[in-house]
Design a protein around this ligand. Structure first.
Ligand code: SF4
Ligand code: SF4
Ligand code: SF4
Length: 179
């Protein structure tokens, strides 16, 4: 069984927000909400400063509190790539998952259900990359199977320094930032 994840090269990301626009269009994300966003983190002290620009979204955590806290089972891990998804019909909009996510990755859709990044599972099933990955003009995002030692993402993570966001939250995120 595949275990999908992303490796995003912070040396190539220019913060153009094409990934954000692509996601909104592809997934019909309602006005005022986002499934992905850009974070800028300034590190160091003048004059040795560095700026990391990150395209962030749901981390499809291996140990996802949004799944374990859901009272109806609407939030679940899909067998296809172990993607964390929400069953819109089963969701009662209680917001427990929204509160449990340390990444602020979820929101309540105006139609009443919890929503977030789906890793564009509808595209991946058709052999395509997620919309945000496909549209990136600097090709800084790499999507694939973390459990396949021969995948591009596994090779990148084996050869490049990387980190996740908020690993201390203990959710075992699956989005990695190459540095
Ligand atoms: Fe759940 Fe948040 Fe992890 Fe996504 S990032 S799987 S919404 S805890
Ligand atoms: Fe589950 Fe929906 Fe409540 Fe989230 S808002 S915990 S998906 S029932
Ligand atoms: Fe949006 Fe799809 Fe990218 Fe997730 S994988 S941020 S749903 S475009």
């Amino acid at each position: 069984m595949a275990r999908f994840g992303m490796a995003i090269d912070t040396r190539r990301c220019v913060g153009c927000m094409d990934c954000v626009a692509a996601c909104k269009t592809e997934n019909d994300v309602p006005e005022g909400f986002n499934r992905d966003w850009i974070t800028q983190e300034l590190r160091g002290r003048f004059p040795t400063l560095s700026l990391e620009i990150r395209s962030e979204r749901c981390n499809h955590c291996d140990d996802a509190p949004c799944v374990s806290c859901c009272p109806t089972g609407a939030s679940h891990v899909h067998p296809f790539g172990q993607v964390v998804l929400v069953d819109h019909e089963a969701c009662i909009g209680c917001k427990a998952c929204v509160a449990s996510c340390p990444y602020g990755a979820r929101f309540i859709h105006p139609e009443g259900y919890a929503d977030k990044c789906t890793f564009c599972i509808h595209r991946v099933r058709e052999g395509q990359d997620p919309a945000c990955v496909a549209v990136c003009p600097t090709h800084c995002m790499h999507f694939g199977d973390l459990d396949d030692p021969n995948s591009e993402i596994s090779a990148l993570l084996a050869s490049r320094a990387h980190h996740a966001v908020l690993p201390e939250a203990g959710t075992r995120p699956r989005i990695f930032y190459l540095t």
